[in-house]
Design a binder for this molecule. Structure first.
Ligand code: FAD
Length: 575
C-alpha cells in the first residue's frame, strides 16, 4: 500500500487489499472511500468485503463507484458529502488512484483554484490537468452562486484584515493601532491560546516556567481590533476578500497574511503515534517541552539523538540549542559520558552562518557530540527505540537504522496547505513576497509577515520584530498615496543556548551578513546574552512587540521603487 497525501484530511491510493484496510487503520486513517465499481477485475475484493473489513478495523466506509470517463456531477457531490461526513483522515482508492484524485479535485473546485488543485495532484504523483475546463466551470458556478447569496458583498469589510493572530499578526495589529487608530482592523485567528515559542527551548532545558509561555489569545488582541475566531480556507484577491472555513467571506482594503508555517509531523513514518511517549519528544510541539525536561532528568544511558530536517524551518538553531542545554545538564550531573549524543542533520553544515560555526564546534567537542550530516530522519518506532535516517554520501542515499533511548525530533516544515494551494504562493508553496517591502509579488494591497513568507531570512520572532514596522509603514503609505516605502534588511536572531548560563547571540540579515545589536564580538558565548534570553526577551515579546512599541526596529525608508509601482499599475489594469 502506498497512500499519497492530498491534504491533512485526505489521501489516495491504488486498489487496496483486505489486509491493507487493517494497515490503513494502523496508519491512523479513520475512513475508506472506494471509487471502484465491483467486478472491474477478477481478483478485486467486493465492496461488501471491504465494508466488512473497514467495520472490523473500526473505520468509516463509503462506496462511490465511478466508471472511468463517466464521472457525473452526482458522483462529485456524493464524494464531497463523504469528505464532509466521514471522520478524517480518509483514504480513498480506485484502480490506480486517479479517479479518487479527480473526484476530490472536482469536489473541492468550489473553494480552490484549478491551478492549485492540479499542482496538488501533481505533487501526489497524479496528472489531472485534463480536468482544468471542468474545474474552472465548477469554480465559476460556485462564484455565481456566491454572488447571488452575497449580493451586498462580504458580511464585513475592514481597512486592514490580518490572517493569523500569532507573533506577526499581533505585532502588526498593535503597531497599526499605535500609528493609525482610525483604521478598522480585524485579526482572523482560530486558536484561543498564543504561545511564546522562543521559550520552548528553555522549558525543555529546565530553566523556564512553562506557564509563562502561554497567554489567552483574547489578552493578546489589541484593544480596538476585532478578533474573528475562525480559520481562513482560501483567498479571493481579485475581490479583496478571504473565505473562511464555513464559507463566509470577509473583505478588506489591505490584507496582511501571517499564519506561520505547518509542522509536518506525519511526513515521518511512525512519529505521530509515538510523539510524547517512549522517549520521543519535540520542543516544537506546544506542551511537549515539559516532557523533554522530564526525559533529560530521567535518562542515564543513551544513545540520545537530536534531529534537524531540511531547511527552511523556524528558528534554525532550535534543533541544536536543546542539545547543548541537555549536554550541559548531563555534564553537570556527571552523566554525559554514559549517554552518548548524536546530532543528525539533514543539511551539510552545523549552522548556516559560517562565523558561528567555530565557536559552536568548541561545544560539539566539549560535549563529545557525534555529528551526522546529510542524515534525514524518515521513520521512528518508539516502542522498539529505533529511528531510520536517509543518509546521503557521495550522491548515494542509504537507509540507516539507529537505536535510541532519547529522541528529540525537529519536524519537517512547510507552508500551510491553504497558502500552498492559493494563488498567492510561490513555486515552493510559500507566500510570495518582495523580500524588502514584504508586499505580495502578485497583489499590491497584500503583505506578508513572519514564517509564511518566501523571503530568505531566518524564520524567527526576532525577524517579525523588524518586519512588522515595515509592513505597517508600507500599508499606511499605500492608503495615503505616499511615494516613500520602508525596507526590511532580512534581520533575524538566534540566541544559541550553548550551555546553562551562556548564549552566543547570532544576529544576521540577508546573505548571512552579521548585524550585532551590541558593540561586542558576536561569536563569543556570554552570560549577558543568557540574561537577555531568559529575562529580557520574554518581556520584550509580550510588552514591547505585542504592544506595538517599535523600539530599535525603525526601518530604513527609500523612494518607492518603480517596479512596485508598475506591479501595482498592472494589477489595477487587470482588475
Ligand atoms: P506564529 O507565531 O506561529 O503564528 C501563526 C498564527 O496563525 C497561529 O496563531 C495560528 O493559529 C494562526 N493560523 C494558522 N492557520 C490559520 C488559518 N488558516 N487562518 C487563520 N489563522 C491561522 N524565534 C526567535 O526569535 N528566537 C528564538 O529563540 C526562537 N526559538 C524557537 C524555538 C522553537 C522550539 C520554536 C517552535 C520557535 C522558535 N522561534 C524563535 C520562532 C518563532 O516562534 C516564530 O518564528 C514566530 O512565532 C513566527 O511568527 P508567525 O506570526 O509567523 O507565526
Amino acid at each position: 500500500m502506498d497512500p499519497k497525501r492530498l491534504s491533512d484530511s485526505l489521501s489516495v491510493s491504488p486498489q487496496l487489499s483486505l489486509d491493507d484496510i487493517h494497515s490503513a487503520a494502523a496508519l491512523g486513517y479513520k475512513a475508506i472511500i472506494n471509487n471502484r465499481p465491483d467486478g472491474e477485475q477478477l481478483e478485486q475484493p467486493t465492496s461488501a468485503e471491504i465494508s466488512a473489513a473497514a467495520k472490523a478495523a473500526g473505520l468509516g466506509y463509503r462506496h462511490i463507484p465511478v466508471v472511468p470517463g463517466e464521472m457525473s456531477d452526482d458522483d462529485i457531490d456524493n464524494f464531497a458529502d463523504a469528505i464532509a461526513d466521514l471522520p478524517t483522515p480518509i483514504l480513498a482508492f480506485c484502480r490506480s488512484g486517479t479517479r479518487s484524485v479527480s473526484l476530490s479535485s472536482l469536489a473541492e473546485a468550489e473553494k480552490k483554484t484549478p491551478d492549485s488543485l492540479i499542482r496538488r495532484a501533481k505533487e501526489a504523483g497524479y496528472d489531472v490537468a485534463g480536468l482544468k475546463p471542468r474545474l474552472e466551470a465548477r469554480r465559476h458556478q460556485a462564484d455565481n452562486a456566491d454572488a447571488v447569496a452575497s449580493r451586498n458583498g462580504p458580511a464585513e469589510t475592514f481597512d486592514v484584515l490580518i490572517v493569523g493572530g500569532g507573533a506577526g499578526g499581533i505585532a502588526v495589529a498593535s503597531s497599526l493601532r499605535k500609528r493609525r487608530a482610525s483604521l478598522s482592523v480585524a485579526v482572523i485567528e482560530p486558536s484561543d491560546k498564543h504561545y511564546y515559542q522562543a521559550a520552548f527551548t528553555l522549558v525543555g532545558g529546565g530553566v523556564f516556567d512553562p506557564r509563562k509561555t502561554v497567554r489567552d489569545e483574547a489578552r493578546c488582541i489589541p484593544k480596538g481590533v476585532k478578533w474573528i475566531r475562525a480559520a481562513v480556507a482560501d483567498f479571493e484577491p481579485k475581490d479583496n476578500r478571504v473565505v473562511l472555513e464555513d464559507g463566509e467571506r470577509v473583505g478588506y482594503r489591505s490584507l496582511v497574511v501571517a499564519p506561520g508555517l505547518k509542522l509536518d509531523w506525519s511526513a515521518i513514518e511512525g512519529l505521530p503515534e509515538t510523539l510524547g511517549k517512549n522517549g520521543v519528544t519535540s520542543n516544537y510541539q506546544p506542551g511537549l517541552a515539559t516532557y523533554t525536561w522530564s526525559l533529560l532528568q530521567d535518562i542515564h544511558r543513551g544513545p540520545a539523538l537530536f534531529t534537524q530536517p531540511p531547511m527552511p524551518i523556524k528558528c534554525a538553531g532550535a534543533p541544536q540549542k536543546i542539545m547543548y542545554l541537555a549536554c550541559s545538564y548531563w555534564e553537570q550531573e556527571k552523566r554525559l559520558k554514559d549517554i552518548g549524543v548524536e546530532f543528525n542533520n539533514a543539511g551539510g553544515v552545523l549552522f548556516g552562518v559560517a562565523d558561528f560555526v567555530p565557536p559552536l564546534m568548541k561545544y560539539i567537542d566539549r560535549y563529545d557530540v557525534a555529528l551526522a550530516f546529510n542524515a534525514n530522519l524518515v521513520a521512528v518506532d518508539g516502542p522498539a527505540g529505533k529511528a531510520w535516517f536517509d543518509v546521503t554520501e557521495d550522491g548515494e542515499t542509504k537507509r540507516v537504522e539507529k537505536p535510541f533511548a532519547f529522541l528529540h525530533v525537529t519536524p519537517p516544515q512547510r507552508a500551510p496547505d491553504f497558502i500552498r494551494d492559493s494563488e498567492l504562493a510561490d513555486d515552493a508553496g510559500w507566500l510570495s513576497v518582495d523580500q524588502e517591502t514584504l508586499r505580495s509579488t502578485f497583489y499590491p494591497n497584500i503583505y506578508g509577515v513572519g514564517d509564511v513568507c518566501s523571503a530568505p531570512n531566518a524564520k524567527t520572532a526576532a525577524a517579525v520584530r523588524k518586519q512588522s514596522p515595515v509592513v505597517v509603514r508600507n500599508l499606511i503609505a499605500d492608503f495615503d498615496g505616499q511615494s516613500r516605502e520602508a525596507v526590511y534588511d532580512g534581520y533575524g536572531a538566534c540566541p544559541l543556548t550553548v550551555e546553562r548560563g551562556r548564549v552566543i547571540l547570532a544576529e544576521f540579515g540577508y546573505g548571512g551578513k552579521l548585524q550585532p545589536s551590541f558593540p561586542l564580538n558576536p561569536t563569543k558565548p556570554r552570560w549577558l546574552y543568557w540574561l537577555l534570553k531568559v529575562k529580557l526577551l520574554p518581556t520584550m515579546y509580550w510588552d514591547v512587540l505585542f504592544r506595538g512599541r517599535e523600539w530599535g526596529a525603525k526601518p530604513p525608508m527609500r523612494q518607492r521603487e518603480k517596479a512596485a509601482e508598475e506591479t501595482e499599475a498592472k494589477a489595477k489594469v487587470s482588475a
